[in-house]
Design a protein around this ligand. Structure first.
Ligand SMILES: [Zn+2]
Length: 299
């Protein structure tokens, strides 16, 4: 990627000239441009990643203004029923990345990632950053990355309110080989299943437990600083892996209420379907998701 020698002088002092060149030759795809994705995208641009694809079907909303990087005060965030067109998140992403460095190649997919163009973009990328809200969506992205051989980082932040609130997040990395979010027990199986079944199934389970589960993901508490830490952990793991500084850590968990980040070294379980795709699968093993109704509600 073009740019002055000085631009990356201090990055090269860490990554090395070869490492920096590897970042310039890298194609990363951001699946979701939100509180996590906008932080990660900004850092990928600053770190000199040469090609960035952004996948997101949504437009900016007023409630995004507390945490999205690159959503400016005069950008439109129309209320429901207002005919003013909203700002597409992929356009917001392109604007931010190009403002940082116009030499970066930006590709936009303004659709759910569970689409032909979404799967194509993931297949073409070297690394995918999963910046999603729902466990069911993570389950599908995990399979798509495995089947297409795309290295994968999953980002999640969480705030559990209460008398003693817990808050923080985690990063999960699969840079090839076995060990994914399913066989490392990172995904919540019940929640994934409910997400795939649909909003009604989720409401029903919520009623069973006396909790409105639909309110917990996607519209719960979320703040810029927690997202920023999680995105920084993910981009650091990506950079050290891609530049050859070291192998990435598989799972980092950020307990902000305790002020610590821990490393999980649990070994994956055997017999994982998603991991079998990584060793011998292809697009044809995951294209069935394109016809599932869940593509209409997962995000
Ligand atoms: Zn697995």
């Amino acid at each position: 990627m073009a740019g002055s020698d000085e631009r990356f002088a201090r990055s090269e002092a860490f990554f090395g000239k070869d490492g920096q060149a590897k970042l310039a030759a890298t194609h990363a795809v951001l699946v979701g441009w939100g509180g996590l994705g906008s932080h990660a995208g900004q850092q990928l641009a600053l770190n000199g990643v040469g090609k960035i694809t952004v996948i997101d079907p949504q437009t900016a909303e007023e409630s995004n203004r507390n945490r999205y990087i690159g959503l400016w005060h005069d950008d439109p965030t129309p209320k429901r029923g207002d005919p003013t067109p909203g700002l597409l998140k992929v356009d917001m992403a392109e604007r931010l990345i190009k403002k940082i460095n116009p030499c970066i190649v930006v590709k936009k997919v303004s659709d759910t990632f569970i689409s032909r163009s979404g799967f194509d973009a993931i297949e073409q990328a070297d690394w995918a950053f999963g910046c999603l809200d729902m466990e069911g969506a993570r389950l599908i992205l995990n399979e798509v990355c495995a089947a297409t051989g795309t290295r994968y980082l999953d980002l999640a932040s969480e705030i559990i309110p209460g008398e003693s609130p817990e808050y923080g997040g985690r990063v999960f990395v699969n840079a090839g080989g076995p060990g994914c979010m399913v066989c490392c027990d990172v995904l919540d199986e019940d929640e994934s299943r409910d997400d795939l079944l649909g909003p009604q199934a989720k409401q029903d389970r919520g009623a069973l437990y006396g909790v409105d589960l639909s309110q917990l993901k996607g519209s719960g508490p979320s703040v810029v600083s927690l997202n920023g830490v999680v995105a920084s952990l993910a981009v650091t793991e990506f950079c050290v892996a891609q530049t050859g500084l070291r192998s990435p850590h598989r799972q980092l968990t950020y307990y902000a209420h305790k002020g610590i980040v821990t490393l999980n070294r649990d070994e994956p379980r055997d017999g994982c379907y998603a991991c079998s795709l990584r060793s011998g699968g292809s697009r044809s093993d995951v294209d069935h998701w394109l016809n599932e109704p869940c593509r209409d509600w997962l995000r």
